[in-house]
Design a protein around this ligand. Structure first.
Ligand code: GLC
Ligand code: CA
Length: 568
């Protein structure tokens, strides 16, 4: 076992726009974060991943960067940034920045020059193609936020590629000058003392150019539409080469933490990219478990919803655990700023909210990998009851509504239901600090509505309640710190076929831990497999009161019950 601090860490993600406003403009900001470092310390996390705070016109809330070396005016100044970093470091918390270099904003100085003329030296920083024969976009790719992935540029008479919105042109990683600009800006932030990067859609930087430089059509999965292209653009031919260069030029000069966001990644790619010898990154955010509640091939893409099956979750998690062990490293996450709230998605956000949120936490932190907690997850925050398009702020949901309802006349109720389940705004409603009208987030008008349930679900209430979701997260994080088997222990599933229970062992030398989770609202009978020879089973953590006299070898798990025992 190869020990590393980033394997032993728990990471907390902050979405700055929604965390804490300090000046009453309704928008979270850097001084707001600085004022809340105490919360992170109380929770016990080791690292903060901060979603982008760079200068940006906010077409995609900061994931469209117009200046990589400055701070968005709404969030503060570089001096505010330095003060925040110093406050985190003073409390022993590291800072991971978001690195968004698959694309920039169309308002970045590079793109302004690039689009002006084909002769401009910056032109080649982006990806340009002539119209298809007979006119129109060069291929059939659909952008992630709807419409064609190609936008016409009048001044040069070409299309440029944008896998996301048309204000997010893709950067051309074939160009060595562009690559060295990226490495320079990484040195700039690492030189300021930041501790690493979360790399936005990093497995899309190498595009699948054909021999003639063309970008081929994606396979047709929805007749009569543009085609989803993530399958075609992820894991391109030069991806590993580019990332190894980045490691050589930048990463290996610092003791830093890296995680690459990697849609469509397979375990094989996970192994390749996170292998400590030949790879380049510490870990990936893979997406398999985030797709278990989408209907494959649905014309609505991610919006075509179905209930998730525990069987699928077990199979997917087990595959990642087994295939990366000793060859790479996993990240563990159930939520972030792009995903609905886990308690609403995989648990019960009604009567069983508290136990089911604790069960999901126990599940995640009981696996092998580095756990991520997204702001509000530690409170068991829920999805938001959006009433209609006027409540939405996210470009992805707004564009889906426009295309589906306004464009194709699809059923409003069905579209709204999908957005309520899957919309990214669910994760972006303000952090719930207390029971006051704006949940302590702002003294002004928040940029997006506060969840009406903040009167009940909030930090202040959960600090005072020893049985809160927050206190469970706190105990879980402390437990992980005291139990090397939770970090490094080998994963071995048991009761693989059980329809309600997900259970496994974590073993390190002669230490054996058992994690048991009931993923349903009904009681479930647990039987320890006979070959596990045990006489004592001290309890390490649970989400219900447990009778110490109970025989662990066979007992009934209550709704969403979860525990970790040591087996002796
Ligand atoms: C990543 C980000 C997401 C953003 C997209 C484009 O998936 O997490 O929020 O919209 O990349 O940058
Ligand atoms: Ca503010």
């Amino acid at each position: 076992m190869n020990r590393s601090w980033w394997k032993e860490s728990v990471v907390y993600q902050i979405y700055p726009r929604s965390f804490q406003d300090s000046n009453g403009d309704g928008i979270g900001d850097l001084p707001g974060i600085t004022s809340r470092v105490g919360h992170l310390k109380t929770l016990g996390v080791d690292v903060v991943w901060l979603s982008p705070v760079y200068r940006s016109p906010n077409d995609d809330n900061g994931y469209d960067i117009s200046d990589y070396r400055d701070i968005m005016a709404e969030f503060g100044t570089l001096a505010d940034f330095d003060a925040m970093l110093a406050a985190l470091h003073r409390h022993g918390i590291k800072l991971m920045m978001d690195l968004v270099v698959n694309h920039s904003s169309d308002e970045h100085a590079w793109f302004r020059q690039a689009r002006a003329s084909r002769d401009n030296p910056y032109h080649d920083y982006y990806i340009w193609r002539a119209p298809a024969e007979g006119g129109g976009p060069p291929n059939n790719w659909e952008a992630a936020f709807g419409g064609s992935a190609w936008e016409w540029n009048e001044a040069t008479g070409e299309y440029y590629l944008h896998l996301f919105s048309k204000k997010q042109p893709d950067l051309n990683w074939e160009n060595p000058h562009l690559r060295s600009e990226v490495y320079d800006l990484m040195h700039f932030w690492l030189g300021k003392g930041v501790d690493g990067f979360r790399m936005d859609v990093i497995n899309m930087i190498s595009k699948p150019y054909g021999p003639d430089g063309r970008l081929p059509d994606a396979p047709v999965v929805k007749a009569g539409f543009l085609q989803p292209c993530f399958g075609a653009v992820t894991n391109g031919p030069r991806l590993l080469e580019h990332l190894r260069e980045m490691k050589r030029e930048v990463l290996r000069h610092y003791d830093c933490i890296t995680v690459g966001e990697a849609p469509c990644a397979t375990t094989r790619q996970g192994m390749e990219l996170t292998n400590e010898q030949g790879g380049a990154l510490n870990m990936l955010f893979q997406f398999e478990h985030m797709e278990l509640d989408s209907v494959p091939g649905h014309p609505w893409g991610k919006w075509g919803c179905k209930p998730f099956e525990l069987r699928d979750l077990k199979a997917s998690m087990t595959r990642w655990q087994d295939e990366l062990v000793g060859r790479g490293w996993n990240s563990l996450y159930l939520s972030n700023h792009d995903q609905p709230r886990p308690v609403s998605r995989f648990g019960d956000d009604g009567a069983q909210r508290v136990v089911s949120a604790k069960m999901l936490a126990t599940f995640l932190h009981g696996l092998q990998g580095t756990p991520y907690v997204y702001q509000g997850e530690e409170l068991g925050m829920t999805n938001f009851p959006f009433r209609g398009p006027e409540d939405l702020r996210d470009i992805e949901s707004i564009n889906f509504w426009r295309e589906a309802v306004d464009g194709r006349g699809e059923d409003r109720a069905a579209v709204l239901d999908a957005i309520r389940r899957k919309g990214r705004d669910n994760a972006r409603t303000p952090m719930q600090w207390d029971a006051t009208p704006n949940a302590g987030f702002t003294s002004g008008t928040p940029w997006i509505a506060v969840n009406p349930n903040h009167a009940e679900i909030n930090v202040a209430a959960e600090y005072d309640d020893p049985d809160s979701v927050f206190q469970h997260y706190r105990r879980l994080i402390a437990l992980r710190r005291s139990q090397p088997a939770l970090v490094y222990g080998r994963y071995r599933p048991i009761l693989a076929e059980h329809p309600q229970i997900y259970a496994w062992l974590r073993t390190l030398y002669d230490d054996r831990l058992l994690v048991v989770c009931n993923f349903t609202a009904s009681p479930a009978e647990f039987r320890l497999p006979d070959e596990l020879d045990v006489v004592r089973w001290p309890l390490l953590i649970a989400n219900y009161a447990v009778d110490p006299a109970q025989d662990l070898r066979c007992f009934a798990l209550r709704p969403y019950e979860a525990r970790i025992h040591r087996l002796q």
